[in-house]
Design a protein around this ligand. Structure first.
Ligand code: PLP
Length: 444
C-alpha cells in the first residue's frame, strides 16, 4: 500500500515536472528525469523507493553524503532563530563559517566573500582580478568547467561554451597538461609539463601580458576528466603569473573541501593562489552556498574603495549554518582522511585491476574520492567511446548497466567518474566497484 502511494506521488511529481519544469543543459522534450523521493548517507531512493548507491555525490557536491543528521539539525536550529538577513549586517553563522574556511587556507587567504554557488564565485573572482589589475582578459584551459553564467561559461573550456559564445567575453583558452591525450606529442609526464608550460608562456606573451587579468585553473579539472597536473606544472603556472603580474585564481568548486583527499586541492602542488573560488563541498549543497577566498593584496584594493559587487543572499544564515556544521562534521569524523585513505587503498587499486581486465577502460586516474575512468573503443588508438561534447549508444548502454546494477554514476561524454561521498564505507565502495567491473567487462 505504501509503495502504491509512493508510486502515485512519484508519478504526480514526474507529470508536473514535465508540464512545468525547465531543466538545466537539456533538450526539454527529450528527457525523462528520474524521480528521487529521499536519500540517506551514500544512497538515494528513486520514485519506487529503490536504493541507488550514489557514486556521483549528485553533481559532486554531497561530500558528507545525504541527510547528515548534524547538518540537518543545524539548518533546523538556524531556521528557528534567523532564516535570512541583509548581508550588510554581521551574523554569527557567517562569521563562524568564514573563520572555519580561512583557517583551512594558507595564511595569505584570509577574507571570504560569500556567493550563492560556484558560477557566481567564479564571476566575482574574475571581477576582483580585473579591478585589481586594471586588465580584462582571462586565460583558462580547454577541458575545463567553470560554471553556467555568462562569464563563467565563456571561461569554461568545454563544448557547452559554444552556443553561449557571442564574442567579446574577454577569454582566451590554452591547452593544459593531459598526458593520456597529449596535445604536445609528449611521451613522458616531464615532457608534457615542460611543453604545456612553454605553450602557456607563449600564449601569455602573444596575447600581451599587460592585457591579462587572470589565469583560472581547476586545481584538478573535474567534470572535464580529472587530469592530475604535475607539481612542476602548477608551480610553473604560479611562477608565470608572478612574472607577468597576473592573478592566479584556483577554481576549487569541485576539487575543494576534501574531494581530492586534502581540504583544498591546490595543497597537493604546494602552490598558493591569489583567489580561491569554492562552493559545493563547503556545505555539501544542503543549502546553496559558494564563495571566494581573497588574498591580502587583492583585499587591499577594496580596503578603502568600495567593491562594486554584491548579492542579496551573500552569506545566507541557513547556508552558513550548514557550512559550519558540515566543516565541523568533516573534521570530527575525519572524512578528508577517509577519502585520502580509501582512495589510495581501495579505489585506485581496484580500478586499475578493472582496467587490466576490460577492453574498453583506456585509463583510470584520480586521488581521494575523485576518480575518472576514460572509456575507449580501442586501447591502442584511445578513440573515445563517445566524442568530447557528445554521447554514443555504447556510453548509454554502459550507463544503463550501471544504474541497473543499483549504482548512480557520474557520466560525462566518454567517462564514468567515481565520486562518492568522502565518508563512503569500504563495503559500499567494493559493492559499487563490482557493478562497474561487470559494466566494463561485458561486451558493448
Ligand atoms: N567550477 C567548477 C570546477 C565546477 O565543477 C562547477 C560546477 O560543477 C562550477 C564552477 C559551477 O558551480 P555552480 O554549478 O554551483 O554554479
Amino acid at each position: 500500500d505504501e509503495l502504491e502511494e509512493l508510486r502515485g506521488e512519484s508519478q504526480r511529481a514526474y507529470d508536473l515536472d514535465r508540464a512545468h519544469v525547465f531543466h538545466s543543459w537539456s533538450a526539454q522534450k527529450q528527457i525523462t528525469p528520474m524521480v528521487v523521493s529521499r536519500a540517506a548517507g551514500s544512497y538515494v531512493y528513486d520514485g519506487e523507493a529503490r536504493p541507488l548507491l550514489d557514486f556521483s555525490s549528485q553533481l559532486v557536491n554531497t561530500n558528507i553524503g545525504h541527510q547528515h543528521p548534524a547538518v540537518v539539525q543545524a539548518i533546523k536550529d538556524q531556521a528557528d532563530v534567523l532564516c535570512t538577513i541583509n548581508p550588510a549586517h554581521a551574523n554569527d553563522k557567517r562569521s563562524e563559517a568564514a573563520r572555519l574556511i580561512a583557517e583551512r587556507l594558507p595564511e595569505s587567504l584570509n577574507r571570504i566573500f560569500f556567493t550563492n554557488g560556484g558560477a557566481d564565485a567564479v564571476e566575482h573572482a574574475v571581477r576582483m582580478a580585473r579591478l585589481h589589475t586594471g586588465r580584462r582578459k582571462v586565460l583558462s584551459r580547454y577541458r575545463s568547467y567553470h560554471g553556467g553564467t555568462e562569464q563563467a561559461i565563456n571561461i569554461t573550456g568545454d563544448p557547452r561554451r559554444f552556443r553561449n559564445d557571442m564574442g567579446d567575453a574577454g577569454t582566451v583558452h590554452f591547452f593544459g597538461p593531459f598526458l593520456y591525450r597529449s596535445e604536445f606529442h609528449a611521451t613522458t609526464e616531464a615532457e608534457e609539463t615542460e611543453r604545456a608550460l612553454t605553450h602557456l608562456r607563449r600564449t601569455i606573451e602573444l596575447e600581451g601580458p599587460q592585457t591579462i587579468a587572470a589565469v583560472i585553473l581547476e586545481s584538478i579539472p573535474g567534470t572535464a576528466g580529472i587530469m592530475i597536473p604535475s607539481t612542476e606544472y602548477m608551480q610553473g603556472v604560479r611562477a608565470l603569473c608572478d612574472e607577468f603580474g597576473i592573478v592566479y585564481i584556483a577554481d576549487e568548486v569541485m576539487a575543494g573541501f576534501g574531494r581530492s583527499g586534502k581540504w583544498f586541492c591546490f595543497e597537493h602542488f604546494d602552490v598558493v593562489p591569489d583567489l580561491v573560488a569554492f562552493a559545493k563541498g563547503v556545505n555539501s549543497g544542503y543549502v546553496p552556498l559558494g564563495g571566494v577566498a581573497i588574498s591580502d593584496p587583492i583585499f587591499d584594493t577594496f580596503a578603502d574603495v568600495a567593491y562594486p559587487g554584491g548579492l542579496t543572499y551573500s552569506g545566507h544564515p541557513l547556508a552558513c549554518a550548514a557550512a559550519v556544521a558540515t566543516i565541523t562534521a568533516m573534521e570530527d569524523e575525519r572524512m578528508v582522511e577517509n577519502a585520502a585513505q580509501l582512495g589510495e587503498a581501495v579505489v585506485g587499486p581496484r580500478l586499475r585491476e578493472i582496467a587490466s581486465r576490460s577492453p574498453i577502460v583506456g585509463e583510470v586516474r584520480g586521488t581521494g574520492m575523485f576518480w575518472a575512468i576514460d572509456l575507449v573503443t580501442d586501447k591502442d588508438t584511445k578513440e573515445p567511446l563517445a566524442p568530447y561534447g557528445g554521447s554514443s549508444p555504447q556510453m548509454n548502454e554502459i550507463i544503463g548497466r550501471i544504474k541497473a546494477g543499483g549504482v548512480l554514476p557520474f557520466a560525462n561524454y566518454n567517462r564514468i567518474h567515481v565520486v562518492p561521498p568522502l565518508n563512503v564505507s569500504e563495503a559500499e565502495l567494493m559493492e559499487g566497484l563490482a557493478v562497474l567491473e561487470r559494466a566494463f567487462t561485458e561486451p558493448v
